[in-house]
Ligand binder design. Structure first.
Ligand code: ADP
Ligand code: 5GP
Length: 198
């Protein structure tokens, strides 16, 4: 396949789950598989960095005013106010950056954003829902991560059941019981769906 064909055919892989389920952990593992040819979609967010997060690595951290200006300027493929007062969105320039480099774009976005991406990209996108084994384990993971305040943890848990109700609208569902199993399963789904170097 020529570089041009690869660019034209780069696929969009969307992962969604309640916060704390393990999306970032799964993506980190998958990024270690060069044959999947993944490029991570760095979202913009109006929230502040957490823990060791760096601007331009996990997210583009921008102010709420800058976020609103870019949204009004139609610079996002999709954006959502995922938590009250906190917005997240995928910049058009980010999709071009990753797909233009001949990679399959992997996104970690909320349930509504994921379904919007499916509407926008159709068969070029696959939407994968990651499920926690149960809500008690989800709470343990959120607390164990040790990066969020009690208030934030409660906000995220309160939203989890609502988010889980979207699972049936996704193309596939994977339970993150052990990280190894979940990452293998998502990797298998990607290699069936997207052009890889295998
Ligand atoms: P998300 O990106 O969905 O918010 P993270 O990847 O940050 O979730 O994972 C939340 C916490 O759960 C982290 O501390 C991570 O190390 C842990 N974790 C992820 N997957 C598993 C798993 N299968 N078993 C136990 N802990 C996990
Ligand atoms: P966190 O603050 O834990 O990094 O992310 C909170 C939520 O925002 C997660 O559900 C994550 O998937 C979602 N999210 C991150 N980036 C985007 C994005 O670009 N668009 C949308 N719609 N949601 C996003």
């Amino acid at each position: 396949m020529t570089q041009q064909q690869q660019q034209a055919e780069g696929k969009i892989i969307v992962l969604s789950a309640p916060s704390g389920t393990g999306k970032s952990s799964i993506i980190q593992r998958l990024m270690q598989h060069p044959e999947l040819r993944l490029g991570f979609s760095i979202s913009a967010t109006s929230r502040k960095p957490r823990g060791q997060e760096r601007d331009g690595v996990e997210y583009y951290f921008i102010s709420p005013d800058e976020f609103a200006r870019r949204a009004a300027n139609d610079e996002f493929v999709e954006w959502e106010e995922v938590y009250a007062g906190t917005c997240y969105g995928t910049l058009r320039s980010e999709v071009e950056r990753v797909v233009g480099a001949g990679r399959n774009l992997i996104m970690d976005i909320d349930v509504k954003g994921a379904l919007n991406v499916k509407r926008c990209f159709g068969d070029r996108a696959i939407a994968i829902f990651i499920l926690p084994p149960n809500l008690e384990e989800l709470e343990r993971r959120l607390r164990g991560r040790g990066t969020d305040s009690e208030e934030t943890i409660l906000k995220r848990l309160a939203k989890a059941e609502y988010e889980l109700s979207f699972a049936s609208q996704f193309d596939c569902r994977v339970i993150n019981d052990t990280l190894e199993h979940a990452a293998d399963e998502v990797g298998r789904l990607i290699s069936e769906f997207a052009p890889t170097d295998r």
